[in-house]
Design a protein around this ligand. Sequence first.
Ligand SMILES: Nc1ncnc2c1ncn2[C@@H]1O[C@H](COP(=O)(O)OP(=O)(O)OP(=O)(O)O)[C@@H](O)[C@H]1O
Length: 491
Amino acid sequence: MKEKNPWHTPVTIIITVIGVIAIVALVTVAVLQNMPLLQKYKYGIVLDAGSSHTSLYIYEWPAEKDNNTGRVEQKHSCTVDGPGISSYASAPPKAGESLRACMREAEEWVPKKRHHETPLYLGATAGMRLLDMENKVVSDKVFEAVKGALEKSPFSYQGARLLKGQEEGAFGWVTVNYLDDRLKQGLETTGALDLGGASTQISFVSDNYDGSESPSNSVTFRLYGNDYTLYTHSFLCYGKDQAQRIRLAEHTQSGPKIVADPCSHPGYSETKKYSVLYDSPCVSDRKPQGAPETFDHTGTGNFQECQEVVKKVFNFTKCKYSQCSFNGVFQPILQGPFGAFSAYYFVMDFLNLTDTSITLEDVKEKLKLYCATPWSQIVQQHPKTKPKYLAEYCFSGTYILTLLIDGYNFTSVSYSDIRFIKKIKGSDAGWTLGYMLNLTNMIPAEAPDTPPLPYAGYVSIVTIIAVLIFILFLVSVRPLWPHCSKQQQIV
Ligand SMILES: Nc1ncnc2c1ncn2[C@@H]1O[C@H](COP(=O)(O)OP(=O)(O)OP(=O)(O)O)[C@@H](O)[C@H]1O
């Protein structure tokens, strides 16, 4: 006599098989339907035509995300050989030609099938702002030349234009906060400090600034459902190259043959042309009359004296607002943290001063020692550094400290809120990413709706529910099973 297992009836077996198949089919459909697709990317290209040089940035983001809400990252950058496009004033076509090598590089980095749909922008900053002030006809010719070159590319050319200082500041702020994920999460934002060659920008959100005082300094944004009133100001002629000219112009008012400069190292000596020094709208009205053709620029390497000379670049006398930074420009109370990029980073990185937990006193002490180091020793210690940069790090470091402390009113406490940065999560800090995000509407005004569950949670819940339904089904049909009594069967 053998006891027959009630589960081994044909009906039970059929029900079980159908149930298992149904569960497997349900879970498979759920998994396949929600499986991430093979990653495809979209691209965007922005050229930053700065005063000192032009850089090309290629950005990349996942193509399958709705409303372009995927994270945008920098895929590649290319530095254009030669100076900024404003330096081609005497030969505008060369400005267009200068972009050729980087454009070719971009064609290789962006997959061919995406070329035609990849937007291409060029934004020109302070160098072209100065050229535009100086000679509008020539600046238009330079723009025509770069437009001609970009239109020939296989990308979707969207225009080359002069950025306002305010845009440069605001888009730099957007870039920093986007890359730090502060906008999407609605976190407290980071201020942006950008030091270029010809202009410098400061942008931050302050609780005591609603845009009513000096409205020309305010930019409003609604991003991911949050409203921001940003304070931003761009100081034309206060980038580090133009500030250097203004400072040397102070020194050379009488047109001397020898200039003893405390911001250059002892032993430094270079013959320079007055016509070159004064060839900028930032200083052209101060050109000394009857000066010789050249002067000998020599160094004395004295940090304190250098600081005094640099301070003269700023005008602190007039302010018609409740408070000002310098030159009568309104500035609300600083509210950090701040990210400082471009020349702020290049200079402080070279001087090993990016760590802002070092006290300001120690920073000044280090600069004092650095400025007093003989030029021959500096050259010997840094054989690979561009001589132009090397000759100016003492001035540049002193200028940065003076701009931050005397210009923007950073204190020994708030100085530690500054982070000197080059890149954030692999993308360069600068205005270009913010500019592209804005023009491609990639930051929505309202927070996008997200699915209530993540993918893994969704699949788990579907599986659990399917198993529970099946068990419930088995239990409910149990009375129908033919031999499910507890009596023994005689076989
Ligand atoms: N490694 C470096 N060391 C020192 N200075 C540097 C270095 N690299 C670049 N610079 C200088 O830093 C300054 C800022 O460079 P950046 O490229 O940000 O400015 P830009 O875009 O040319 O200027 P602007 O924004 O004013 O038009 C320029 O004067 C540039 O020459």
